[in-house]
Design a protein around this ligand. Sequence first.
Ligand SMILES: Cc1cc2nc3c(=O)[nH]c(=O)nc-3n(C[C@H](O)[C@H](O)[C@H](O)COP(=O)(O)O)c2cc1C
Length: 204
Amino acid sequence: MNVRLAVIYYSATGSVHRLADALAEGATEAGAEVRVRRVPELAGEEAIDANPAWRSYVDATRDSVSEADLSDLEWANAYAFGSPTRFGLPSAQLKQFMDRSGSLWFAGVMADKPATTFTSAQNDHGGQESTILAINNVLYHWGCLIVAPGYTDPLLFAAGGNPYGTSWASGDGQPPNDAVLTAARYQGKRVTEVAARLAPQTAH
Ligand SMILES: Cc1cc2nc3c(=O)[nH]c(=O)nc-3n(C[C@H](O)[C@H](O)[C@H](O)COP(=O)(O)O)c2cc1C
């Protein structure tokens, strides 16, 4: 198999990171070579300090998770992007990373590569779908082939039945439950299997 999957995410308090790791597990089990990368934090220290969960997450991941680099977009022939909801939109941190991709977009580096998207919001209906769709707007512009879970496996119903991408309602900071982690693993497997079919064409 010739699949190189970059799982690129932003997380402030860990929910999206857990989904990223589960998606990466599923992709690895399906045979992909996987990089899990967090995009750079943009918030000031004062803002981070004001939320103990945010401070704790930033400190815990500073050395344990590598930062995403534009070269990861060149390396990969498949992508997964994750962000928490921010008022129904992706975080500025993930958007800023994507906004730095202009020269790669111009060169067609991301074109024809399969990509999939995942998210977490506090509330059951707090903007999960709109966040995924907003991230996907960038993927359309890049010329990616969007790989949605759809309703392609019964396990997706147990995870809340979101056909756009794995999503979690974190409430007061609860970690994703087993059903949602299973859906994230499935999403990683699915994007890997699609990428494997396309890999000879997207080896650039
Ligand atoms: C500025 C800001 C805006 C947010 N907007 C929403 C929102 O529109 N809907 C919602 O349900 N949760 C919202 N949240 C909550 C986060 O999306 C939610 O806690 C998410 O699960 C955090 O993911 P993380 O642990 O990966 O950082 C917001 C949080 C912040 C800080």
